[in-house]
Design a binder for this molecule. Structure first.
Ligand code: ADP
Ligand code: MG
Length: 363
């Protein structure tokens, strides 16, 4: 039996504030009256092409503010290391040079690339950081996508096995010209994992770090679980499922994060490495578990693998659970999630709506 048994709430819950837009994990937690000494502190900043937010309970607000700033500084540092949008990042240097000769990476990047490659093996190539050979040709803001010819030629460059790491030398080498890597499917999980480590080091016991669709919860909400909503993929003011969680990571990958619609087809940012096209069949995939690096990479993987293969993969990972919403809006749960007794979770509208009030946020 799984060690995790989580109960679900369900229904279409009204969010109090959808004005922050679809890419944001809207935090609605902290409008409760503040105490003079101990209080909830929080801030959200645009970063990594999305929003990073930190919220924490602090007995000493000045110390809490320092902890918060440390987390944002860490997110900036990681972004500088891993962004493909910056010519001076370590990843950009690797993409420019690693097909010619081995490039020294530094241990931190080496280990995250190694984890990415391990997850490629685990997911049989559904997760593949070399997707970027095709990914680089998309511009979602401008509504641009690669033409068929480009997809076919770049598809040959997608294969994680062309990324060779030398752990002893601390270097990476591409075995094929045209290979590119992008850690967009795992870096935000890394940011929130590191962020929570920093909060812990500062003595924080209750908090949340969120980067886009990835969150890590530290402790509970002072005696109550955090209520984390998985949003309705086609209505950003609605929540499809609510999960009471504590001390866990949760990541959602959705086709509504970065996309444009053209001739009735949705072109979004999660690429099926076997075809080079945006993965179809799923609107959102959520993964819950102890480690945000894993939940981030696995949510992207489950999205690519689809409902059946995705949930089968999750059933082999005892600490991880998943909620998948397919192209028809049907909701599927992994075995370890305890479903509500008073109704079927995929028929939320039949249950009476419940306000999230100040208890929760949604991804
Ligand atoms: P977000 O939190 O940005 O919504 P996800 O965790 O859903 O991110 O990951 C999507 C990102 O992962 C894309 O923007 C892209 O950078 C990267 N990506 C897309 N397809 C794949 C894939 N098949 N394997 C690994 N990474 C991918
Ligand atoms: Mg992900």
């Amino acid at each position: 039996m799984k060690s995790l048994s989580r109960s679900l709430s369900n229904g279409h819950y009204a969010k109090h504030n959808s004005a922050l837009g679809p890419t944001l994990a809207t935090l609605l937690l902290f409008s409760a009256p503040q105490h003079a000494a101990a209080e909830w502190l929080g801030d959200a900043r645009p970063m990594m092409g999305t929003e990073v937010s930190v919220n924490l309970w602090s007995e000493d607000p000045a110390a809490g503010q320092l902890a918060l700033e440390d987390v944002f500084a860490e997110a900036v540092r990681i972004d500088h290391l891993m962004s493909t949008y910056r010519d001076d990042s370590a990843i950009s240097k690797i993409n420019r040079l690693a097909a010619e000769s081995a490039v020294a990476t530094g241990d931190e990047l080496l280990q995250l690339i190694q984890r990415s490659l391990d997850i490629s093996v685990l997911t049989k190539g559904a997760f593949d950081i070399t997707y970027d050979s095709i990914g680089q040709h998309y511009d979602f803001r401008a509504g641009q996508r690669p033409d068929e010819k480009t997809v076919q030629s770049e598809l040959k460059n997608i294969d994680y096995r062309n990324v060779q790491l030398d752990q002893l030398a601390g270097s990476v080498r591409f075995l094929k010209v045209g290979t590119r890597i992008n850690l967009g499917g795992i870096a935000k999980g890394y940011v929130v994992e590191r962020g929570v480590e920093i909060l812990r080091r500062h003595g924080v016991q209750h908090g949340i770090v969120t980067a886009g669709g990835d969150s890590r919860l530290l402790g509970d909400r002072r005696g109550r679980p955090w209520m984390v909503g998985v949003r309705d993929p086609r209505n950003d003011s609605q929540v499809a499922v609510t999960l009471p969680l504590q001390d866990e990571a949760i990541s959602t990958s959705g086709d509504y994060e970065r996309f444009f619609d053209e001739d009735g087809i949705r072109y979004h940012h999660i690429i099926q490495p076997s075809t080079g096209e945006p993965a179809s069949g799923v609107r959102s995939a959520t993964v819950i578990g102890p480690d945000a690096v894993m939940t981030d990479a696995l949510s992207t993987s489950v999205f690519v693998m689809g409902v059946d293969r995705g949930l089968r993969l999750i059933s082999t990972l005892p600490d991880y659970e998943s909620v998948v919403i397919d192209a028809n809006g049907q909701v599927y749960f992994s075995d370890g999630l305890q479903q509500p007794t008073n109704g079927s979770p995929d028929r939320g509208e039949e249950n009476s709506p419940m306000s999230l009030k100040d208890d929760g946020f949604s991804l």
